[in-house]
Design a protein around this ligand. Structure first.
Ligand SMILES: O=C(O)CCC(=O)C(=O)O
Length: 338
């Protein structure tokens, strides 16, 4: 392979060796069925206790749900999809100016997941941006396409509002004060991964992203409506999540699993690739502040320390551990168990 990224315009007729998963780790696509009853939560609903109850059910049973009437304007969504497509269509030399495989960089174009740590690569390029506070990070974002900074900033503001509103509902759904979770998480960071999965010659042999959970608190995922690819693990089976029009997929991340003392599940999910079409997704991550102490509240953990599943940790400690590993190793939260 001659460039560092997949989105070079080269169409591969065979999957390069370094992307081929061993037999036992392949996606077995013929065994995957569609997730029939993905919870779809209408945030326009005025009955708050009903909303809270739906969120509690979804977080307990699935660890993810979709939201509609979420307050993010359709125009903001259409525009970001347009501009990120435009970004990935830029000449490869232009994109490579932003390339880095150093996970500590706050803005980078990269490929796979953690190229220096992993044994087998993933069929994905991604643009990773830090997004909060905007005035700190926007100056380092791509300036080609020229409308990128403005469009992505507007989208980030609206998505943040949605995320913070969801955290209030999740807090209430755990029987906590509306503001409790937000106070624990502190001044939350916001990151974005714009994922680009090029057409793949042999989708049965590899992944866009292998099964993983998200290390942050909450993920707000915008899926490509045209090309499916997201799958979630439910009761030991991988299920395909069909994109719902005008919806976001919300994933509960590892920090909510720890804060809820294991009541809510950080959902295992993966992205599979497609033989004919490229797929894009835009993931926005709300991340606790570095010094936030992740500790299940007494009301969920009880007085007995042995009933607390995870030891207390700071988000900085967790995040460092997460990126020091490969995506398909043992679950990072396991390393924080009591
Ligand atoms: O592309 C997708 O549907 C999933 C993306 C994802 O899991 C991630 O960016 O962490």
């Amino acid at each position: 392979m001659d460039t560092k990224v997949l989105s070079s315009g080269v169409r591969y007729s065979n999957l390069p060796e370094s992307y081929i998963r061993p037999e036992s780790e392949r996606p077995r696509l013929s065994e995957v069925s569609e997730c029939e009853n993905v919870p779809i939560i209408d945030l326009g609903c005025e009955d708050r206790s009903f909303l809270v109850q739906q969120i509690a059910e979804a977080c307990k049973c699935y660890g993810f749900f979709q939201v509609i009437n979420h307050g993010v304007r359709l125009e903001a969504v259409d525009k970001i999809l347009e501009v990120v497509h435009e970004f990935f269509r830029l000449p490869v030399e232009e994109k490579l100016k932003l390339y880095s495989d150093d996970p500590s960089k706050t803005m980078r174009l990269s490929t796979s997941f953690n190229v220096n740590k992993e044994k087998v690569h993933n069929w994905r390029d991604y643009l990773r941006l830090h997004c909060y506070p905007l005035q700190k990070y926007v100056p380092e974002w791509p300036s080609n396409p020229s409308s990128f900074k403005e469009i992505v900033s507007n989208y980030c503001k609206e998505v943040r509002e949605l995320g913070l509103r969801l955290e209030e509902l999740i807090s209430e759904s755990l029987g906590l004060e509306k503001e409790y979770i937000k106070k624990v998480l502190g001044e939350q960071g916001q990151h974005m991964a714009v994922n680009y999965y090029p057409p793949c010659p042999e989708p049965e042999l590899t992944y866009g992203l292998p099964g993983h959970t998200d290390p942050n608190a909450l993920t707000i995922l915008l899926q490509d409506l045209q090309v499916t690819g997201l799958q979630v693990l439910k009761d030991g089976k991988w299920l395909a999540v069909k994109p719902h029009p005008n919806a976001f997929v919300i994933n509960i991340g590892d920090q909510f699993q720890a804060l809820s003392n294991g009541r809510y599940k950080s959902v295992w999910h993966r992205a599979i690739v497609n033989a004919d079409k490229a797929r894009m997704s835009v993931a926005s991550f709300l991340c606790p502040s570095d010094d936030a102490i992740i500790s299940a509240p007494k009301s969920l953990a009880g007085d007995d320390a042995s009933a607390t599943v995870y030891r207390d940790f700071t988000y900085a400690e967790y995040y460092k551990k997460f990126w020091s590993r490969n995506l398909d190793q043992e679950h990072c939260l396991e390393l924080f168990k009591n």
